[in-house]
Write a protein that binds this ligand. Structure first.
Ligand SMILES: CC(C)(COP(=O)(O)OP(=O)(O)OC[C@H]1O[C@@H](n2cnc3c(N)ncnc32)[C@H](O)[C@@H]1OP(=O)(O)O)[C@@H](O)C(=O)NCCC(=O)NCCS
Length: 181
């Protein structure tokens, strides 16, 4: 659990020269169970494709890279923007919460989203708890929709679909729940 204020974060567009870092984070055993890693070519496409925004998360005074995030549907005609992926190296220090708030602000203020949504594996209790405490509402579960393969178990996990609507975000803002350092 985070006890003190996390260092300020910055989001900057991912460059092709960042992709080794991105792929290494996806391969990291601390992240691997919670995501479906992409090939390098998928990340290259995402960096270039205007519907997607691919960002490096920089933390701390030295601006070192701590993670990456991907937004999809940035030009969606229904104004439904997806938080496709968020992976941070430093866990449990409050960076995830700060990052999610920055992404909500980007989705609703800059991209004029009506709905900001995501899916998260049921086994990813940390991410589930973060998103729920940041106002995302569960829409439903895609039962046993992703294969799970570890040294210990083979099987399926369900995906929890969650979303936040623009009016819900505005209500949180009015209550002072969307503050950033
Ligand atoms: C999910 C992730 C982005 C969250 O970032 P983080 O910096 O670790 O999260 P925070 O420190 O901001 O914690 C946020 C909240 O999660 C909850 N939490 C933290 N650790 C937890 C754990 N081990 N189990 C359950 N909940 C936990 C707490 O509610 C915490 O809030 P609080 O400490 O203020 O009460 C990060 O852990 C990560 O990269 N995980 C691997 C990849 C992943 O799962 N990505 C999400 C799906 S794409």
């Amino acid at each position: 659990m985070s006890s003190q204020a996390p260092p300020p974060l910055r989001l900057r567009p991912t460059m092709l020269s960042d992709l080794d870092f991105v792929l290494a984070l996806e391969a990291d055993q601390r992240n691997r169970p919670f995501i479906t890693p992409w090939e390098r070519t998928q990340h290259e496409g995402a960096v270039r494709f205007p519907d997607i925004r691919h960002f490096i998360v920089e933390a701390g005074a030295d601006g070192s890279r701590d993670g990456f995030v991907i937004l999809q549907g940035c030009r969606n005609p229904h104004k439904s923007v997806e938080l496709k992926r968020a992976v941070l190296q430093s866990k449990g220090q409050g960076l995830g919460r700060q990052c999610v708030r920055m992404l909500k602000r980007m989705a609703f203020r800059d991209l004029h989203a009506h709905r900001f949504w995501l899916d998260v594996k049921q086994l990813d209790t940390r991410a589930l708890s973060l998103y729920a405490s940041e106002g995302f509402v569960e829409e439903g579960r895609l039962r046993e929709s992703v294969r799970i393969s570890t040294d210990l178990a083979e099987g399926y996990d369900s995906l929890v679909v969650m979303s936040l609507l623009d009016r819900e975000y505005q209500a949180r803002q009015a209550l002072g729940l969307e503050l950033l350092p």
